[in-house]
Design a protein. Structure first.
Length: 67
């Protein structure tokens, strides 16, 4: 249910807010990858979670542009 709530929250946001969310998620992914490369990352599953969130954000952006 947590994922559905996240997606519903994304669907209520405007295109500008979605783009801001996408940029923030990509920055977070970059930082996680950097920490992983320097062996400072403790929770490696967070990388997979952020990648999926980026895909979800991009999907909602595409849905809004096609509607």
């Amino acid at each position: 249910m947590k994922i559905n709530a996240f997606v519903e929250d994304l669907r209520t946001k405007s295109a500008a807010e979605l783009n801001e969310e996408l940029v923030a998620a990509k920055k977070e992914l970059f930082n996680l990858r950097f920490q992983n490369a320097t062996n400072q990352l403790e929770n490696t599953s967070r990388i997979k979670e952020v990648r999926k969130n980026i895909a979800r954000i991009q999907t909602v952006i595409t849905e809004k542009s096609n509607a």
